[in-house]
Design a protein around this ligand. Structure first.
Ligand SMILES: *Cc1c(COP(=O)(O)O)cnc(C)c1O
Length: 418
């Protein structure tokens, strides 16, 4: 299905930039260098007999069929889906209105009422709420949460009804790296699918090449990179994307979290410079992390040899893009974390106190009282999220040395440098 470096260690490493360049370039209607925004909700067929063929699922846009209606496939959204599939080394991909739409649709497509999911306990708060609070009651689908780095615990959580193993490639906000090959082996041995949220590590890690079956993204973060729109994507096999769009049973088709073609166009304009941005996010995060570690600061970053899964991540990385733009500082108590962020934003203009990530400016949040607050105290403790954990999405604006002085000064002021 997908290209795999997993099975053949001698194969050239996967390069998302080369893969992206090899996808068919879509010209605009008048030969424009950019694709056109196809703002139609409905599409003509050339002969009346074509329409029932499309409805019966026998003619998709790629095999001589036509487009039908924009909640099904829209040409502009379709093109962005193809670009993201190329980036991930996947057969197919399609986009939707948000990252949560991608997560919920992909998962729901793989489970029936009464089925079971094994999920990492350290995941995005919204995904945790979906699986922990909403679905057991609404769908009868239950989830067991485990430490994703404890492979024995992962395996022990499987039941005969387990259909999905779910994890983030790099966890939010604890930055635990998932051993995708080992997890894929466990899932497949039990007849389940491995679904990976790759929002924190686009370009850096290509989960499908390490055995994952489906990858979901919040495009809202690094991939769009401008913090100006909400969007999501699912990539995987042709068959899985077709299932999501099935007229009778497709989660994307029937729940209808449709992406606006204008949003698809905006995201598509930013995909070509995603690898450049990722490299610079990583470069700066690596500099800060190394200097912070040297000063004895409570820093967690997968690019540091002291990180428990440093070697694992290095093995999985596509070479040349670094270890990503996310780092966390454990300032232990909340008041100290708040003071640290207040100083950085209001005195130094280092970045913004805001949730989300992957923006040009640095974004800082205290996870336990914001994006992970859905987990509740016990789950936060189990996931290793202390009340003073500050997550920083390292931006690329400003001179590196100025930014470093600001960061160091704020840490000294709150007494986090000994
Ligand atoms: C933000 C985020 C989501 C949800 O994405 P939305 O676009 O906000 O719906 C899912 N997973 C991760 C890891 C995220 O950071």
């Amino acid at each position: 299905m997908t290209q795999s470096t997993h099975d053949d260690p001698a194969a050239a490493p996967f390069d998302p930039v080369a893969s992206l360049a090899a996808t068919k370039h879509t010209f605009g209607e008048h030969g424009g260098v950019n694709m056109s925004i196809e703002a139609s909700t409905t599409f003509t067929v050339l002969t009346a007999a074509t329409m029932p063929e499309i409805f019966a699922g026998r003619r998709s846009p790629d095999d001589g069929g036509c487009f039908l209606y924009a909640r099904h496939f829209n040409p502009t959204v379709y093109t962005l889906g193809r670009e993201l599939a190329a980036l991930e080394g996947a057969e197919a991909g399609y986009c939707c209105a948000s990252g949560m739409a991608a997560v919920s649709s992909a998962l729901l497509q793989l489970v029936d009422s009464g089925d079971h999911i094994v999920a990492s306990g350290a995941i995005y708060g919204g995904t945790h709420a979906l699986l922990h609070d909403m679905w057991p009651k609404k769908t009868g689908v239950t989830t067991t949460f485990v430490s994703i780095d404890d492979l024995a615990a992962v395996e022990a959580a499987f039941t005969p009804r387990t259909k999905v193993l779910y994890t983030e490639a790099l966890s939010n906000p604890t930055l635990v790296v998932a051993d995708l090959e080992a997890l894929a082996d466990i899932a497949h041995r039990h007849g389940a699918s491995l679904v990976v949220d790759n929002t924190f590590t686009p370009v850096l890690i290509s989960p499908l090449l390490h055995g994952a079956d489906v990858v979901v993204h919040s495009l809202t973060k690094f991939i769009n990179g401008a913090s100006d729109l909400v969007a999501g994507a699912v990539v995987g096999s042709n068959d899985f994307i077709a299932q999501l769009m099935d007229l009778h049973t497709g989660a994307l088709m029937l729940f209808g979290p449709t992406m606006d073609p204008k949003a698809a166009f905006e995201v598509s304009m930013r995909v070509p410079h995603l690898p450049l941005r990722m490299r610079e996010h990583s470069r700066r995060a690596q500099i800060f992390a190394e200097r912070l570690a040297e000063l004895g600061a409570p820093i967690r970053y997968p690019g540091l040899p002291s990180h428990p899964q440093h070697a694992l991540m290095k093995r999985m990385l596509n070479p040349g893009y670094g270890f990503g733009g996310m780092l966390s500082l454990d300032l232990e108590d909340r008041e100290r974390a708040y003071r640290f962020m207040d100083i950085l934003q209001n005195e130094h203009r280092f970045g913004f106190m805001a949730v989300s990530l992957g923006y040009s400016e640095s974004l800082m949040s205290c996870s336990a009282s914001s994006t992970s607050s859905e987990l509740g105290d016990d789950a936060l403790r189990a996931a290793g999220v202390s009340p003073g954990l500050v997550r920083i999405s390292v931006g690329y604006t400003g001179a590196v040395e100025d930014r470093w002085r600001q960061l160091e000064s704020a840490l000294r002021t709150v007494g986090a440098l000994g």
